[in-house]
Design a protein around this ligand. Structure first.
Ligand SMILES: NC(=O)c1ccc[n+]([C@@H]2O[C@H](COP(=O)([O-])OP(=O)(O)OC[C@H]3O[C@@H](n4cnc5c(N)ncnc54)[C@H](OP(=O)(O)O)[C@@H]3O)[C@@H](O)[C@H]2O)c1
Length: 269
């Protein structure tokens, strides 16, 4: 029997590349998009899903189960970036960021777990980020959702182990996707942050442009899905590998100076 995989946010970027690769490898793949009618036709099935809605999540998971009778792998990939200084971010914007990036994953996991527990098997793959290990200025709430995903996934790993269900975090560095175009800028910018905000957003845009290919992340997900015993964490790309090590090893002031330089937080003299 071929395994059934559900990948959230497969209309572009990492989700799309992963859905394509797993389809080529013979998995039965269901990708999702909020507006599947507007998406490019794919080799895999594309279902409607908004991870912010309980009803949408339930309908999506029910559709997969009614069509295939099984759901072996869930890849929680849907997400977007909110940019702006923490002080410039309204609580509504911060909560909305959590609603998609964090609670969207929680909703999906809760919807698939009864079936996976019954089957005594399953794989949950959460697309985290290097930004879940080291924070980027002017992305405080995006990073907070990814840090939250780290803690949630780690606790879930322990809880689901007795049921034969594995939980894995994929932690890529910058990836060349349309994430910058899809990013949301805070609605109420403050003049006090204008210069650094502009420089940091430009630096992040350049980093995404020079980022690794989404196919590299897709190959990591394939490795996890095909592994008999996947680890809790997989880092993807050179930066995601060495930067957290440097953060642990170097004094904070040294590491922080590197981050400020990397993202051009301070005006060059
Ligand atoms: N690009 C990077 O540098 C990078 C690095 C590390 C981690 N990541 C993570 O990788 C994941 C994918 O990002 P990407 O770079 O591939 O960006 P992307 O190309 O913009 O893809 C984001 C996907 O999420 C979906 N999505 C957004 N809001 C949604 C919602 N409310 N409900 C359901 N789906 C929703 C989008 O689908 P629709 O808009 O069609 O609904 C789209 O398919 C994200 O979790 C991101 O945080 C990205």
């Amino acid at each position: 029997m071929t395994q059934t995989v559900l990948i959230t946010g497969a209309s572009s970027g990492i989700g799309r590349a992963t859905a394509q690769l797993l389809t080529e490898r013979g998995f039965t793949v269901y990708g999702t998009a909020r507006r599947p009618d507007r998406a490019t036709p794919e080799q895999f099935r594309l279902l409607a899903l908004d991870v912010r809605s309980d009803e949408s999540v339930r309908a999506c998971v029910d559709q997969v189960l009614s069509q295939t009778g099984r759901l072996d792998v869930l890849v929680n990939n849907a997400g977007y970036a909110l940019t702006g200084a923490a002080e410039e971010t309204s609580l509504a914007e911060a909560k909305a960021q959590f609603e998609t990036n964090f609670f969207g994953t929680v909703r999906m996991v809760n919807a698939v777990l009864p079936g996976m527990r019954k089957a005594g098997a399953g794989r949950i793959v959460n697309i985290g980020s290097l930004a879940g290990l080291t924070a980027i200025p002017f992305s405080a709430f995006y990073c907070a959702t990814k840090f939250a995903l780290e803690a949630y996934s780690e606790a879930l790993w322990h809880e689901l182990r007795p049921f034969g269900i594995t939980v894995t975090l994929v932690e890529p560095g910058f990836v060349h996707t349309r994430m910058t175009e899809a990013a949301q800028l805070v609605a109420g910018p403050l003049p006090a942050y204008e210069g650094p905000r502009r420089r940091v957003i430009a630096a992040m845009g350049r980093s995404v442009e020079r980022g690794i290919a989404p196919e590299q992340v897709a190959r990591c997900v394939l490795r996890i899905v095909e592994s008999r015993a996947p680890r809790l964490r997989y880092r993807v790309g050179a930066e995601a590998t060495w930067l957290p090590r440097l953060k642990n090893a170097a004094p904070w002031t040294v590491f922080a100076a590197g981050v400020r330089r990397r993202f051009a937080v301070d005006a060059s003299t």
